[in-house]
Design a protein around this ligand. Structure first.
Ligand code: LLP
Length: 460
Protein backbone atom coordinates (compact mmCIF):
# COMPACT_ATOMS: atom_id res chain seq x y z
CA UNK A 1 0.00 0.00 0.00
CA UNK A 2 1.25 3.41 -0.80
CA UNK A 3 0.82 6.50 1.27
CA UNK A 4 1.27 8.65 -1.73
CA UNK A 5 -1.76 8.01 -3.85
CA UNK A 6 -5.46 8.26 -3.61
CA UNK A 7 -7.39 6.43 -0.91
CA UNK A 8 -8.85 2.95 -1.47
CA UNK A 9 -6.56 2.59 -4.39
CA UNK A 10 -4.95 -0.73 -3.75
CA UNK A 11 -5.58 -4.38 -3.41
CA UNK A 12 -4.77 -5.51 0.11
CA UNK A 13 -2.29 -8.34 0.10
CA UNK A 14 -0.87 -9.11 3.60
CA UNK A 15 2.35 -7.47 2.50
CA UNK A 16 0.44 -4.39 1.40
CA UNK A 17 -1.30 -4.28 4.76
CA UNK A 18 1.88 -4.34 6.78
CA UNK A 19 3.42 -1.66 4.59
CA UNK A 20 0.25 0.34 5.02
CA UNK A 21 0.49 0.13 8.81
CA UNK A 22 4.12 1.19 8.76
CA UNK A 23 3.30 4.13 6.57
CA UNK A 24 0.27 5.05 8.64
CA UNK A 25 2.62 5.37 11.60
CA UNK A 26 5.07 7.31 9.53
CA UNK A 27 2.22 9.53 8.49
CA UNK A 28 1.24 10.35 12.06
CA UNK A 29 4.80 11.33 12.83
CA UNK A 30 5.00 13.34 9.64
CA UNK A 31 5.76 11.92 6.24
CA UNK A 32 9.30 12.73 5.30
CA UNK A 33 9.68 12.61 1.55
CA UNK A 34 13.32 12.21 0.60
CA UNK A 35 13.43 15.00 -1.97
CA UNK A 36 16.65 13.81 -3.62
CA UNK A 37 15.46 10.20 -3.87
CA UNK A 38 12.13 11.32 -5.34
CA UNK A 39 13.75 13.63 -7.86
CA UNK A 40 16.04 10.80 -8.95
CA UNK A 41 12.90 8.87 -9.99
CA UNK A 42 11.23 11.72 -11.84
CA UNK A 43 12.02 12.77 -15.38
CA UNK A 44 13.09 16.36 -16.03
CA UNK A 45 13.92 17.23 -12.39
CA UNK A 46 17.37 17.34 -10.86
CA UNK A 47 19.10 18.89 -7.84
CA UNK A 48 22.21 20.77 -8.92
CA UNK A 49 24.22 21.75 -5.83
CA UNK A 50 20.99 21.77 -3.83
CA UNK A 51 19.09 23.91 -6.37
CA UNK A 52 16.15 22.18 -8.06
CA UNK A 53 16.20 22.37 -11.85
CA UNK A 54 13.62 21.45 -14.43
CA UNK A 55 15.58 20.49 -17.55
CA UNK A 56 18.36 23.13 -17.54
CA UNK A 57 16.55 25.90 -15.65
CA UNK A 58 16.49 26.46 -11.90
CA UNK A 59 13.10 26.51 -10.29
CA UNK A 60 14.13 29.58 -8.27
CA UNK A 61 14.78 31.50 -11.51
CA UNK A 62 11.38 30.47 -12.87
CA UNK A 63 9.61 31.45 -9.63
CA UNK A 64 11.31 34.84 -9.74
CA UNK A 65 10.58 35.52 -13.40
CA UNK A 66 7.01 34.21 -13.64
CA UNK A 67 5.88 34.55 -10.02
CA UNK A 68 4.04 31.96 -7.95
CA UNK A 69 1.90 29.96 -8.09
CA UNK A 70 3.00 28.80 -11.55
CA UNK A 71 2.77 25.53 -13.41
CA UNK A 72 6.02 24.59 -15.17
CA UNK A 73 6.28 21.81 -17.78
CA UNK A 74 9.21 20.01 -19.35
CA UNK A 75 8.89 19.57 -23.10
CA UNK A 76 11.37 16.68 -23.09
CA UNK A 77 9.48 14.76 -20.42
CA UNK A 78 6.25 15.06 -22.46
CA UNK A 79 8.02 13.83 -25.59
CA UNK A 80 9.75 10.97 -23.76
CA UNK A 81 6.48 9.69 -22.28
CA UNK A 82 4.72 9.92 -25.65
CA UNK A 83 7.57 8.05 -27.36
CA UNK A 84 7.58 5.41 -24.62
CA UNK A 85 4.07 4.52 -25.87
CA UNK A 86 4.75 4.80 -29.59
CA UNK A 87 8.04 2.84 -29.35
CA UNK A 88 6.58 0.14 -27.10
CA UNK A 89 3.70 -0.55 -29.50
CA UNK A 90 5.79 -0.09 -32.67
CA UNK A 91 5.33 -3.76 -33.65
CA UNK A 92 1.60 -3.37 -34.21
CA UNK A 93 -0.53 -0.76 -35.99
CA UNK A 94 -1.48 1.69 -33.24
CA UNK A 95 -2.58 5.23 -32.47
CA UNK A 96 -1.78 7.09 -29.26
CA UNK A 97 -4.66 9.50 -28.64
CA UNK A 98 -3.49 11.82 -25.85
CA UNK A 99 -6.36 12.50 -23.39
CA UNK A 100 -6.68 16.27 -23.69
CA UNK A 101 -8.48 16.59 -20.34
CA UNK A 102 -5.25 15.82 -18.45
CA UNK A 103 -3.59 19.04 -19.63
CA UNK A 104 -5.11 21.01 -22.48
CA UNK A 105 -2.70 23.93 -22.80
CA UNK A 106 -2.21 24.70 -26.52
CA UNK A 107 1.57 24.41 -26.18
CA UNK A 108 1.25 20.88 -24.77
CA UNK A 109 -1.20 19.88 -27.52
CA UNK A 110 0.99 21.48 -30.20
CA UNK A 111 4.09 19.57 -29.06
CA UNK A 112 2.18 16.30 -29.25
CA UNK A 113 0.48 17.20 -32.56
CA UNK A 114 3.90 17.71 -34.14
CA UNK A 115 4.82 14.14 -33.13
CA UNK A 116 1.74 12.88 -34.98
CA UNK A 117 -0.26 12.10 -31.84
CA UNK A 118 -3.98 11.52 -31.96
CA UNK A 119 -6.24 13.06 -29.30
CA UNK A 120 -9.02 11.82 -27.05
CA UNK A 121 -11.50 14.64 -26.43
CA UNK A 122 -14.62 14.93 -24.30
CA UNK A 123 -16.09 18.22 -25.49
CA UNK A 124 -16.39 20.49 -28.50
CA UNK A 125 -14.14 22.88 -26.57
CA UNK A 126 -11.36 20.31 -26.42
CA UNK A 127 -11.78 19.67 -30.15
CA UNK A 128 -11.45 23.41 -30.85
CA UNK A 129 -8.24 23.43 -28.79
CA UNK A 130 -6.80 20.46 -30.70
CA UNK A 131 -7.49 22.21 -34.00
CA UNK A 132 -6.06 25.52 -32.72
CA UNK A 133 -2.91 23.66 -31.68
CA UNK A 134 -2.45 22.14 -35.16
CA UNK A 135 -3.82 18.67 -34.33
CA UNK A 136 -5.42 16.58 -37.06
CA UNK A 137 -9.19 16.11 -36.43
CA UNK A 138 -9.02 12.80 -38.33
CA UNK A 139 -6.85 11.51 -35.48
CA UNK A 140 -9.41 12.49 -32.82
CA UNK A 141 -11.64 10.13 -30.85
CA UNK A 142 -14.58 11.73 -29.06
CA UNK A 143 -15.35 10.19 -25.64
CA UNK A 144 -17.84 11.29 -22.97
CA UNK A 145 -21.29 10.36 -21.69
CA UNK A 146 -23.21 13.50 -22.57
CA UNK A 147 -22.50 14.56 -26.15
CA UNK A 148 -25.09 17.06 -27.36
CA UNK A 149 -26.34 17.58 -30.91
CA UNK A 150 -24.23 20.73 -31.37
CA UNK A 151 -21.07 18.89 -30.15
CA UNK A 152 -21.80 16.07 -32.59
CA UNK A 153 -22.44 18.53 -35.44
CA UNK A 154 -19.15 20.35 -34.82
CA UNK A 155 -17.27 17.05 -34.64
CA UNK A 156 -18.80 15.82 -37.92
CA UNK A 157 -18.13 19.13 -39.66
CA UNK A 158 -14.47 19.05 -38.64
CA UNK A 159 -14.20 15.38 -39.69
CA UNK A 160 -13.12 13.64 -36.48
CA UNK A 161 -11.92 10.05 -36.64
CA UNK A 162 -14.38 8.28 -34.36
CA UNK A 163 -17.14 8.79 -31.80
CA UNK A 164 -16.78 6.60 -28.70
CA UNK A 165 -20.48 6.00 -28.10
CA UNK A 166 -21.68 5.53 -24.52
CA UNK A 167 -25.44 4.85 -24.85
CA UNK A 168 -28.24 3.82 -27.23
CA UNK A 169 -29.66 7.34 -27.21
CA UNK A 170 -26.30 8.85 -28.13
CA UNK A 171 -26.06 6.42 -31.05
CA UNK A 172 -29.49 7.52 -32.28
CA UNK A 173 -28.54 11.18 -31.91
CA UNK A 174 -25.33 10.70 -33.89
CA UNK A 175 -27.32 8.92 -36.63
CA UNK A 176 -29.84 11.76 -36.81
CA UNK A 177 -27.25 14.59 -36.85
CA UNK A 178 -25.14 12.72 -39.43
CA UNK A 179 -28.25 12.25 -41.61
CA UNK A 180 -29.05 15.99 -41.42
CA UNK A 181 -25.50 16.79 -42.53
CA UNK A 182 -25.48 13.98 -45.08
CA UNK A 183 -22.33 12.55 -43.52
CA UNK A 184 -21.22 9.14 -42.30
CA UNK A 185 -20.18 8.99 -38.64
CA UNK A 186 -17.57 6.41 -37.65
CA UNK A 187 -18.28 4.95 -34.25
CA UNK A 188 -16.91 2.67 -31.60
CA UNK A 189 -19.00 1.45 -28.66
CA UNK A 190 -17.58 2.10 -25.22
CA UNK A 191 -18.13 -1.15 -23.43
CA UNK A 192 -18.31 -1.20 -19.65
CA UNK A 193 -16.59 -4.50 -18.89
CA UNK A 194 -17.47 -4.49 -15.15
CA UNK A 195 -13.83 -4.75 -14.09
CA UNK A 196 -12.51 -3.40 -10.80
CA UNK A 197 -9.68 -1.00 -11.60
CA UNK A 198 -8.69 -0.93 -7.89
CA UNK A 199 -8.32 2.81 -7.92
CA UNK A 200 -9.99 5.69 -6.07
CA UNK A 201 -13.80 5.36 -6.43
CA UNK A 202 -14.07 8.82 -8.04
CA UNK A 203 -11.76 7.80 -10.90
CA UNK A 204 -12.96 4.24 -11.36
CA UNK A 205 -15.11 3.99 -14.48
CA UNK A 206 -15.39 0.37 -15.56
CA UNK A 207 -17.78 -1.02 -12.96
CA UNK A 208 -21.44 -1.68 -13.69
CA UNK A 209 -22.41 0.94 -11.07
CA UNK A 210 -20.50 3.65 -12.96
CA UNK A 211 -22.27 5.92 -15.44
CA UNK A 212 -19.88 5.05 -18.27
CA UNK A 213 -20.29 2.88 -21.34
CA UNK A 214 -22.71 0.23 -22.52
CA UNK A 215 -22.84 -2.94 -20.46
CA UNK A 216 -20.86 -5.81 -21.80
CA UNK A 217 -24.06 -7.92 -21.87
CA UNK A 218 -25.94 -5.43 -24.09
CA UNK A 219 -23.11 -4.53 -26.46
CA UNK A 220 -23.91 -7.08 -29.21
CA UNK A 221 -27.51 -5.88 -29.41
CA UNK A 222 -26.44 -2.21 -29.69
CA UNK A 223 -23.87 -3.08 -32.40
CA UNK A 224 -26.67 -4.84 -34.30
CA UNK A 225 -28.81 -1.68 -34.06
CA UNK A 226 -25.84 0.42 -35.26
CA UNK A 227 -25.33 -1.91 -38.22
CA UNK A 228 -28.88 -1.00 -39.40
CA UNK A 229 -28.27 2.76 -39.27
CA UNK A 230 -27.58 4.31 -42.69
CA UNK A 231 -25.25 7.09 -41.52
CA UNK A 232 -23.22 5.00 -39.07
CA UNK A 233 -19.98 3.22 -39.90
CA UNK A 234 -19.01 0.72 -37.21
CA UNK A 235 -15.29 1.06 -36.73
CA UNK A 236 -14.25 -0.13 -33.29
CA UNK A 237 -14.74 -1.09 -29.69
CA UNK A 238 -13.41 0.79 -26.68
CA UNK A 239 -13.21 0.82 -22.92
CA UNK A 240 -11.66 2.95 -20.21
CA UNK A 241 -11.79 1.36 -16.78
CA UNK A 242 -10.28 4.05 -14.58
CA UNK A 243 -7.30 6.21 -13.87
CA UNK A 244 -4.07 5.86 -11.86
CA UNK A 245 -4.02 2.08 -12.23
CA UNK A 246 -0.75 0.72 -10.92
CA UNK A 247 -1.25 -2.92 -11.91
CA UNK A 248 -1.74 -4.50 -15.31
CA UNK A 249 -4.24 -7.20 -14.26
CA UNK A 250 -7.40 -5.04 -14.61
CA UNK A 251 -6.32 -4.03 -18.14
CA UNK A 252 -5.91 -7.71 -19.06
CA UNK A 253 -9.32 -8.57 -17.58
CA UNK A 254 -10.94 -5.78 -19.60
CA UNK A 255 -9.08 -6.80 -22.77
CA UNK A 256 -10.22 -10.41 -22.34
CA UNK A 257 -13.84 -9.29 -22.04
CA UNK A 258 -13.51 -7.16 -25.18
CA UNK A 259 -11.88 -10.05 -27.09
CA UNK A 260 -14.84 -12.30 -26.20
CA UNK A 261 -17.16 -9.65 -27.53
CA UNK A 262 -15.14 -9.17 -30.73
CA UNK A 263 -15.43 -12.94 -31.36
CA UNK A 264 -19.19 -12.73 -30.84
CA UNK A 265 -19.43 -9.78 -33.22
CA UNK A 266 -17.42 -11.65 -35.87
CA UNK A 267 -19.75 -14.63 -35.50
CA UNK A 268 -22.62 -12.21 -36.14
CA UNK A 269 -21.02 -10.70 -39.24
CA UNK A 270 -19.78 -7.47 -37.61
CA UNK A 271 -16.10 -6.79 -38.33
CA UNK A 272 -14.18 -4.08 -36.49
CA UNK A 273 -11.00 -2.32 -37.52
CA UNK A 274 -9.77 -1.07 -34.15
CA UNK A 275 -9.80 -1.70 -30.42
CA UNK A 276 -9.28 1.24 -28.04
CA UNK A 277 -8.12 0.36 -24.53
CA UNK A 278 -8.52 3.88 -23.13
CA UNK A 279 -6.06 5.47 -20.73
CA UNK A 280 -5.48 4.91 -17.07
CA UNK A 281 -1.86 3.89 -16.60
CA UNK A 282 -0.70 5.22 -13.22
CA UNK A 283 2.36 7.24 -12.35
CA UNK A 284 4.70 7.56 -9.40
CA UNK A 285 3.66 10.49 -7.21
CA UNK A 286 5.75 9.64 -4.13
CA UNK A 287 6.51 5.96 -3.72
CA UNK A 288 4.09 4.05 -5.95
CA UNK A 289 5.66 1.66 -8.39
CA UNK A 290 3.26 1.59 -11.30
CA UNK A 291 3.90 -0.74 -14.19
CA UNK A 292 6.11 0.96 -16.78
CA UNK A 293 4.77 1.77 -20.24
CA UNK A 294 7.21 -0.75 -21.74
CA UNK A 295 6.11 -3.56 -19.39
CA UNK A 296 2.46 -2.65 -19.93
CA UNK A 297 3.02 -3.03 -23.68
CA UNK A 298 5.01 -6.26 -23.35
CA UNK A 299 2.18 -7.81 -21.30
CA UNK A 300 -0.58 -6.80 -23.71
CA UNK A 301 1.21 -7.32 -27.03
CA UNK A 302 0.76 -11.10 -27.46
CA UNK A 303 -3.05 -10.82 -27.13
CA UNK A 304 -3.19 -7.68 -29.28
CA UNK A 305 -1.08 -9.23 -32.05
CA UNK A 306 -3.34 -12.28 -32.14
CA UNK A 307 -6.37 -10.01 -32.44
CA UNK A 308 -5.05 -8.36 -35.59
CA UNK A 309 -6.85 -5.03 -35.10
CA UNK A 310 -5.36 -1.55 -35.00
CA UNK A 311 -4.90 -0.59 -31.33
CA UNK A 312 -5.67 2.81 -29.83
CA UNK A 313 -4.73 4.10 -26.38
CA UNK A 314 -5.92 7.27 -24.64
CA UNK A 315 -3.23 8.07 -22.08
CA UNK A 316 -3.38 11.36 -20.22
CA UNK A 317 -1.75 11.25 -16.80
CA UNK A 318 1.13 8.98 -17.85
CA UNK A 319 2.13 11.47 -20.58
CA UNK A 320 2.05 14.71 -18.58
CA UNK A 321 1.82 14.18 -14.79
CA UNK A 322 5.52 13.95 -14.13
CA UNK A 323 6.37 16.43 -16.86
CA UNK A 324 4.91 19.18 -14.67
CA UNK A 325 5.34 20.87 -11.31
CA UNK A 326 3.45 23.57 -9.47
CA UNK A 327 5.63 26.21 -7.83
CA UNK A 328 4.31 27.90 -4.73
CA UNK A 329 5.77 30.21 -2.11
CA UNK A 330 5.40 30.01 1.68
CA UNK A 331 3.48 33.11 2.78
CA UNK A 332 2.84 32.45 6.47
CA UNK A 333 4.10 29.93 9.02
CA UNK A 334 1.54 29.31 11.74
CA UNK A 335 2.69 26.83 14.35
CA UNK A 336 -0.06 26.05 16.88
CA UNK A 337 -0.25 23.84 19.96
CA UNK A 338 -1.75 20.98 17.98
CA UNK A 339 -0.60 21.47 14.42
CA UNK A 340 1.78 23.50 12.34
CA UNK A 341 0.34 25.18 9.29
CA UNK A 342 2.38 26.46 6.38
CA UNK A 343 0.14 28.77 4.35
CA UNK A 344 1.32 28.89 0.77
CA UNK A 345 0.20 30.97 -2.21
CA UNK A 346 -1.25 28.00 -4.12
CA UNK A 347 -4.54 26.59 -2.86
CA UNK A 348 -7.26 24.06 -3.67
CA UNK A 349 -8.39 26.31 -6.52
CA UNK A 350 -4.97 25.80 -8.16
CA UNK A 351 -4.56 22.11 -7.33
CA UNK A 352 -7.64 20.26 -6.16
CA UNK A 353 -6.36 16.67 -6.24
CA UNK A 354 -5.44 16.43 -2.50
CA UNK A 355 -8.83 17.88 -1.43
CA UNK A 356 -10.90 15.88 -3.93
CA UNK A 357 -9.20 12.48 -4.00
CA UNK A 358 -7.07 12.58 -0.84
CA UNK A 359 -4.17 12.41 -3.29
CA UNK A 360 -0.70 12.61 -1.79
CA UNK A 361 1.64 14.55 -4.02
CA UNK A 362 5.35 15.22 -3.63
CA UNK A 363 6.18 18.59 -2.07
CA UNK A 364 9.88 19.32 -2.18
CA UNK A 365 12.01 22.42 -1.65
CA UNK A 366 13.36 24.45 -4.54
CA UNK A 367 16.55 24.76 -2.52
CA UNK A 368 17.80 21.98 -0.26
CA UNK A 369 18.95 23.24 3.12
CA UNK A 370 21.92 21.75 4.92
CA UNK A 371 20.37 21.96 8.38
CA UNK A 372 17.23 20.02 7.43
CA UNK A 373 17.65 17.39 10.17
CA UNK A 374 17.57 20.01 12.95
CA UNK A 375 15.03 22.43 11.55
CA UNK A 376 12.46 19.97 10.19
CA UNK A 377 8.94 20.14 11.62
CA UNK A 378 5.69 18.46 10.65
CA UNK A 379 3.52 20.82 8.64
CA UNK A 380 0.13 20.86 6.98
CA UNK A 381 0.72 22.66 3.70
CA UNK A 382 -2.46 24.67 3.15
CA UNK A 383 -3.82 27.41 0.94
CA UNK A 384 -5.45 30.69 1.94
CA UNK A 385 -8.99 29.65 0.92
CA UNK A 386 -11.75 29.71 3.54
CA UNK A 387 -12.27 25.94 3.67
CA UNK A 388 -10.79 23.33 5.96
CA UNK A 389 -10.58 21.12 2.88
CA UNK A 390 -8.10 23.55 1.37
CA UNK A 391 -4.89 21.64 1.81
CA UNK A 392 -2.12 20.51 -0.51
CA UNK A 393 -0.62 18.01 1.93
CA UNK A 394 -0.94 17.04 5.57
CA UNK A 395 1.74 16.05 8.05
CA UNK A 396 4.81 16.62 5.93
CA UNK A 397 8.19 16.82 7.57
CA UNK A 398 9.93 19.82 6.04
CA UNK A 399 12.30 22.60 6.98
CA UNK A 400 10.44 25.77 6.07
CA UNK A 401 10.91 29.52 6.21
CA UNK A 402 8.61 32.28 4.99
CA UNK A 403 9.44 33.08 1.36
CA UNK A 404 10.68 29.57 0.52
CA UNK A 405 9.63 28.21 -2.87
CA UNK A 406 8.11 24.73 -2.73
CA UNK A 407 7.62 22.44 -5.70
CA UNK A 408 4.59 20.21 -5.98
CA UNK A 409 5.60 17.34 -8.22
CA UNK A 410 3.39 15.22 -10.47
CA UNK A 411 1.33 18.35 -11.17
CA UNK A 412 1.37 18.21 -14.98
CA UNK A 413 -1.85 16.17 -15.18
CA UNK A 414 -5.23 17.23 -13.74
CA UNK A 415 -3.57 20.29 -12.23
CA UNK A 416 -4.18 23.55 -14.07
CA UNK A 417 -7.11 22.03 -16.00
CA UNK A 418 -9.03 21.49 -12.76
CA UNK A 419 -8.21 24.90 -11.35
CA UNK A 420 -10.91 27.47 -10.64
CA UNK A 421 -11.40 31.06 -9.56
CA UNK A 422 -12.89 30.17 -6.18
CA UNK A 423 -12.44 33.04 -3.70
CA UNK A 424 -11.87 35.26 -6.78
CA UNK A 425 -8.33 34.00 -7.13
CA UNK A 426 -6.74 34.47 -10.55
CA UNK A 427 -5.60 31.22 -12.12
CA UNK A 428 -1.86 30.73 -12.27
CA UNK A 429 0.62 31.13 -15.11
CA UNK A 430 1.87 28.16 -17.15
CA UNK A 431 5.41 27.94 -18.48
CA UNK A 432 7.13 25.47 -20.82
CA UNK A 433 10.81 24.66 -20.39
CA UNK A 434 13.01 23.03 -23.01
CA UNK A 435 16.70 22.63 -22.19
CA UNK A 436 17.73 26.13 -21.05
CA UNK A 437 14.83 27.92 -22.75
CA UNK A 438 11.54 28.82 -21.14
CA UNK A 439 8.39 30.49 -22.36
CA UNK A 440 5.16 31.69 -20.83
CA UNK A 441 2.43 29.53 -22.37
CA UNK A 442 -0.45 31.06 -20.40
CA UNK A 443 -0.49 34.40 -18.69
CA UNK A 444 -1.48 34.60 -15.07
CA UNK A 445 -5.03 35.93 -14.88
CA UNK A 446 -5.60 39.45 -13.59
CA UNK A 447 -8.24 40.13 -10.98
CA UNK A 448 -10.11 42.39 -13.43
CA UNK A 449 -10.25 39.47 -15.94
CA UNK A 450 -12.30 37.57 -13.41
CA UNK A 451 -15.34 39.83 -13.57
CA UNK A 452 -14.82 41.37 -17.02
CA UNK A 453 -17.83 39.50 -18.45
CA UNK A 454 -20.13 40.25 -15.48
CA UNK A 455 -22.62 43.12 -15.34
CA UNK A 456 -24.26 45.09 -12.60
CA UNK A 457 -28.02 44.58 -12.34
CA UNK A 458 -29.65 47.49 -14.11
CA UNK A 459 -33.37 46.79 -14.45
CA UNK A 460 -34.61 48.56 -11.32
N1 LLP B 1 -10.04 8.14 -21.73
C1 LLP B 1 -11.18 8.40 -21.06
C2 LLP B 1 -12.46 8.05 -21.67
C3 LLP B 1 -11.13 9.01 -19.80
O1 LLP B 1 -12.25 9.25 -19.14
C4 LLP B 1 -9.87 9.34 -19.23
C5 LLP B 1 -9.78 9.98 -17.92
C6 LLP B 1 -8.70 9.06 -19.99
C7 LLP B 1 -8.83 8.45 -21.22
C8 LLP B 1 -7.33 9.39 -19.49
O2 LLP B 1 -7.01 8.68 -18.35
P1 LLP B 1 -5.54 8.77 -17.71
O3 LLP B 1 -4.58 8.12 -18.67
O4 LLP B 1 -5.22 10.19 -17.53
O5 LLP B 1 -5.66 8.04 -16.43
N2 LLP B 1 -8.98 14.12 -12.29
C9 LLP B 1 -8.60 12.77 -11.89
C10 LLP B 1 -8.49 11.84 -13.07
C11 LLP B 1 -9.76 11.78 -13.90
C12 LLP B 1 -9.64 10.88 -15.10
C13 LLP B 1 -10.84 11.00 -15.98
N3 LLP B 1 -10.79 10.24 -17.19
C14 LLP B 1 -7.30 12.86 -11.09
O6 LLP B 1 -6.78 13.95 -10.89
O7 LLP B 1 -6.80 11.84 -10.62
Amino acid sequence: MSNSTTANEHSVSPQDQSQGQAQEQNHNQGLEVDAQALVAQLPALDYDNGALKIEGVSVATLAKQYGTPSYIYSKQAILDAYHAYSDSFAEIPHKICYAVKANSNLAVLGILAREGAGFDIVSAGELARVIAAGGDPKRVVFSGVGKRADDIRFALETGIGCFNVESDSELELIQSVAAQLDKIASISLRVNPNVDAKTHPYISTGLKDNKFGISHERALEVYQQAAQMPNINIQGIDCHIGSQLTEVAPFIDALDKLIELIDDLRANGIELSHIDLGGGLGVQYIDESPISIADFAATLLPKLKALGLKVYFEPGRSIVANAGVLLTRVDVLKPTQHKNFAIVDAAMNDMIRPALYQAEMGIIPAQLTTDSADGAKTWDIVGAICETGDFLAKNRKLTLAVGDVLTITGAGAYGFVMSSNYNTRPRSAEVMVSKDQHQLIRQRELVEDLFATEQLWQAD
